[in-house]
Design a protein around this ligand. Structure first.
Ligand SMILES: Cc1cc2nc3c(=O)[nH]c(=O)nc-3n(C[C@H](O)[C@H](O)[C@H](O)COP(=O)(O)O)c2cc1C
Length: 186
């Protein structure tokens, strides 16, 4: 698939079939992720692949409780609260797999590096016929001691990009883009 087709065709997918994603396919996605650029070529990322549905449920429950307890200042708090209180709301949408990209080294550009790896991974997933979605709801909780313990993450890792992967149940309607504000200097 041409890269521009992947960029414009990728969508956040929130409904998946139960079909598992092969370990070898996930390995290919991680290979695409590590081809991202990184500041001073530090390649500070580390990957955690979670296919254990009990672990995903544990993180979903923990993340919902953590967000409800801490999101006071979030401008979207009212909108989120009803979802987070809904016992049936699973933040990972019952996806068969989560790939969590964490910073495993210290440095000023860890978040940028891991986010670029995440975009590569999502584009590669789309090109492979898979769906993906970055789950920001998981981020704050996964950075707590309890969240790290849920997935057995080393204490010194900084989780950045929790990305679910799976076979989409159906095609997703594109989300419209705003016109970009562009200032030309020269
Ligand atoms: C940093 C980040 C956090 C996100 N967090 C969530 C999330 O917690 N739950 C969710 O359903 N989608 C989440 N998304 C997906 C966005 O809602 C989605 O990218 C946006 O609506 C545009 O749709 P598209 O990805 O199909 O182009 C997140 C995306 C990013 C980049």
């Amino acid at each position: 698939m041409d890269v521009t087709q992947a960029i414009s065709g990728r969508r956040s997918v929130r409904e998946y079939t139960e079909e598992p994603v092969d370990a070898s396919v996930i390995g290919n996605l991680i290979d695409a992720a590590i081809h991202a650029p990184s500041a001073v070529n530090a390649q500070p990322w580390a990957f955690t692949v979670v296919r254990d549905q009990k672990a995903l449920r544990r993180v979903s429950d923990g993340a919902k409780a953590h967000m409800l307890a801490t999101m006071g200042g979030n401008p979207h708090a009212d909108h989120f609260r009803s979802h987070l209180r809904d016992l049936n709301f699973h933040i990972f949408y019952h996806a068969p797999a989560l790939v969590l990209i964490s910073g495993a080294a210290q440095g000023p550009w860890i978040v940028e590096d891991c986010a670029l790896a995440g975009e590569n991974l999502m584009l590669a997933a789309y090109a492979a016929g898979l769906g993906s979605c970055w789950i920001g709801f998981a981020q704050a909780y996964l950075n707590t001691a309890d969240g790290k313990a849920d997935l057995g993450l080393p204490a010194e890792w900084d989780p950045v990009a929790p990305i679910i992967i799976g076979h989409p149940k159906s095609a997703v309607t594109p989300v419209p883009r705003k016109s970009p504000e562009i200032r030309w200097v020269g």
